[in-house]
Design a protein around this ligand. Structure first.
Ligand code: ASP
Ligand code: MG
Length: 399
């Protein structure tokens, strides 16, 4: 029985010879432990690097920002393909037989939703055939093939999803995601220097952290792994830190982490003081106006005397304009940030909200709005107070 490990290396890990050398050390170490490594790579480097995804996008968008989505996918899929060939060639040159495969060649079949395709099916055979010949398979992340043979991409950050989808299809023992941080942290270290690495975290919690703004792994990748119970380990290509294990059985704490999103605007629609007769109807209709204009809303509070919600900063002004045109009175509060406290163990535990409210109040933070789900409590605050809000919460909630 072969033991398969999927190892995904992000853009910074494959950007240059030094990163690739470290990546190859990890691949060979897995081999030495008796695993058959299946490697997934992202495009080389970040924005500005010659073959990075953003650089490829700018090649055509500079000519005309309206790019045919099928052709844009064909173009940006090249970033990962270049990376596979460089990686496989390096391995071969060192005497380790390897083969580079595109997503389609590796058996990843998607729908034809260019730019954000969903994986429909993964045929494990093309990879298994190579594994049987003892080759290290290097697969281009972030892409698949549509029913008509067109190359598709899986949405930004989609290489993580390639890795977990392959892990599920190949029944890998573990999927390792190599990046340039030591693991999943309690909070973004750029905002809070006292951030700590989490040794383990559950699928649900990390998924929520990712949706609420943590950048360490793509949430869709976690969902795919969770559906087949494939454990994920997040590790740093450049350090020997143990990393973070993501699994079903991770102990769920009351508070596991804090995530944040910036670039939000709050829209406030208030019922007029003279008692708008049709206020009930107004509350219903205003969401239709925004829906028809394709504006997505979040942090929604529909109250007897007002309706509050957030939109992306880019949509804020437009949203208010559309609402004014449709006869609604609204106010716009720009430069807001959403801070989310996440912990699967908070469900049914009294006092979490009390603690958070007291902490933020003592620090003089303006809470513009709150929302919550079973494992999350979120606060909208002025972006100027984001750092302080995160800092006091992180201090107070146990780190
Ligand atoms: N290169 C792609 C992107 O930047 C996919 C990835 O890195 O996961 O979105
Ligand atoms: Mg990524």
């Amino acid at each position: 029985m072969v033991k398969i490990i999927v190892q995904k290396f992000g853009g910074t890990s494959v950007a240059d010879g030094e990163g690739r050398a470290r990546a190859i050390e990890r691949i060979l170490a897995a081999k030495a432990e008796g695993y058959q490594p299946v490697v997934v790579v992202s495009a080389m480097g970040r924005k500005g690097a010659p073959y990075a995804t953003d650089t490829l996008i700018s090649l055509v968008k500079e000519i005309n920002p309206e790019v045919n989505p099928r052709e844009l996918d064909l173009l940006i899929s090249c970033g990962e393909i270049i990376s596979t060939v460089v990686m496989a060639h390096t391995l071969n040159s060192m005497g380790h037989p390897a083969i580079a495969l595109t997503g389609g060649q590796a058996g990843i079949k998607t729908d034809a939703n260019f730019g954000n395709a969903q994986i429909l099916e993964v045929d494990p055979m093309p990879i298994l055939r190579q594994v049987m010949e003892d080759k290290i398979v290097v697969v281009a992340g972030f892409q698949g093939i549509a029913p008509d043979g067109s190359i598709t991409t899986l949405g930004r950050g989609g290489s993580d999803t390639t890795a977990t989808a392959l892990g599920a299809a190949l029944q890998a023992e573990v999927v390792e995601i190599y990046t340039d941080v030591d693991g999943v942290m309690t909070v973004d270290p750029r905002v809070e220097p006292e951030a700590k690495i989490l040794e383990e975290i559950s699928y649900r919690e990390v998924c929520e952290m990712a949706y609420q703004g943590a950048k360490v792994i793509h949430p869709r990748a976690v969902e795919v792994a969770m559906s087949r119970q494939v454990p994920i380990r997040i590790k740093n290509t450049f350090s020997d830190a143990k990393g973070t294990l993501i699994s079903q059985s991770a102990a769920e704490r009351v508070i596991t982490g804090i995530a944040h999103l910036t670039g939000l605007s709050q829209v406030r629609v208030l019922s007029s003081r003279d008692g708008q007769q049709n206020w009930q109807l107004v509350r219903v209709k205003l969401f239709r106006v925004l829906a028809e204009k394709g504006i997505s809303v979040d942090v929604i509070s529909v109250l007897p005397d007002g309706v509050y919600f957030t939109v992306s900063q880019a949509d804020g002004f437009k949203a208010c304009q559309y609402l004014h045109e449709a006869g609604f009175a609204c106010e716009l509060v720009e430069n807001c940030a959403k801070v989310s406290v996440i912990g699967a163990g908070m469900q049914g535990v009294p006092g979490v909200m009390a603690e958070i409210m007291e902490t933020l109040y003592s620090a003089g933070i303006d809470i513009l709005q709150t929302s919550d789900s079973d494992i999350t409590i979120s606060f909208l605050v002025p972006e100027s107070q984001l750092k302080e809000a995160v800092h006091v919460l992180h201090r107070k909630l146990g780190w």
